[in-house]
Design a protein around this ligand. Structure first.
Ligand SMILES: [Mn+2]
Length: 318
């Protein structure tokens, strides 16, 4: 696999690197790191990172402006994205060659070459592995971006997806490139008081079902009242792990700009991505998402999750 990826990179002079819409630090980190790694290894190649600019994560790096002929005769490398409709690119059919590098459960094949590693903590971890296995030059700048992604997708090495391998790879990066983890943690985790206030509101108003599903609808009005943006409201879900009363917890956050209700589901045990896929969503077994048109399906989604929790608890008791 590594060799085949290397061959494609070597063969193509125009390389476009893409990732999913609604970018997060793993998607951006792996994308921007890989751009740096390839253009350092092959200075004669044109390498671009494309997709919507994220001001929230501007510290990770910037995107390249699309220009005429940029896509001509080029290879696209898609990171962190299991499904074509989630790729942040205008017209995928323009590309003559394609590679997918992803750690999400397989959903569909849409690239010529696909490297999927479901047990990897993050796409950033896969890029680190890639550099260890083929002749690509890691840089300090890339190493820092990859650190952002691994840390973010594992929630600071908290999740089960963080394995001894993850820790070894990251420890090596920190040592070899003299990375200041404190500085990077600060960039990644600094927040405004407005977000903490919203977090307090969520704790106060979360509804918890009989079988320990906690959920809350964060409407546009609430988002505006607290002065946060809709993306940070959606990310709140990650702050509610390890709470006795919650087995599964869900935020339904309204995004009026995108005209969508973003559903973020997290779990401490029950497998939830099957429920997500019933609603055209997806993700990992314990961390999934759905996009809804309005709040009308909230109750039925919660009912399904409650049932899964009930079954899980019965299993656990046996
Ligand atoms: Mn990821």
């Amino acid at each position: 696999m590594y060799k085949n990826i290397y061959k494609k990179i070597k063969k193509n002079n125009n390389i476009i690197i893409a990732r999913h819409i609604g970018a997060d630090p793993d998607a951006l980190g792996s994308q921007i790191a890989l751009r740096d790694i390839i253009s350092t290894t092959f200075p004669e190649k044109n390498v671009y990172a494309i997709g919507t600019y994220s001001s929230k994560f501007r510290f990770i790096g910037s995107m390249d402006k699309p220009s005429e002929n940029m896509y001509d005769d080029s290879l696209i490398i898609v990171l962190d994205t299991p499904i074509l409709r989630r790729v942040d690119v205008e017209d995928f059919s323009k590309f003559t060659d394609s590679i997918k590098i992803d750690h999400h459960p397989f959903e569909e094949k849409f690239c010529d070459l696909e490297w999927i590693e479901e047990t990897s903590s993050s796409s950033c971890q896969m890029v680190i592995e890639l550099c260890k296995n083929i002749k690509l030059n890691m840089t300090k700048y890339a190493a820092e971006r990859l650190f952002f992604g691994v840390v973010s997708d594992t929630n600071r090495f908290l999740y089960y997806s963080s394995t001894p391998r993850t820790l070894h790879l990251v420890a090596d990066l920190i040592e070899e490139y003299n990375i200041s983890t404190t500085d990077l943690y600060e960039q990644l985790y600094m927040r405004n008081m407005s977000e903490i206030k919203l977090q307090g509101y969520i704790s106060q108003n979360m509804i918890i079902t009989k079988n320990n599903v906690g959920y809350i609808c964060i409407t546009d009005k609430i988002i505006k009242d607290f002065g946060v943006d809709s993306a940070s409201a959606g990310n709140m879900v990650n702050n509610f792990t390890y709470i006795n009363e919650l087995l599964v917890w869900v935020t339904f956050s309204e995004d009026v700009k995108q005209n969508v209700i973003r559903v973020s589901i997290r779990s401490r045990g029950p497998v939830i991505n099957e429920v997500a896929s019933l609603y055209n969503g997806g993700g990992h077994p314990f961390a999934s998402g759905i996009r809804l048109a309005d709040f009308s399906q909230v109750d039925e989604i919660i009912e399904k999750l409650d049932l899964i929790c009930e079954e899980y608890k019965n299993q656990e008791e046996k």
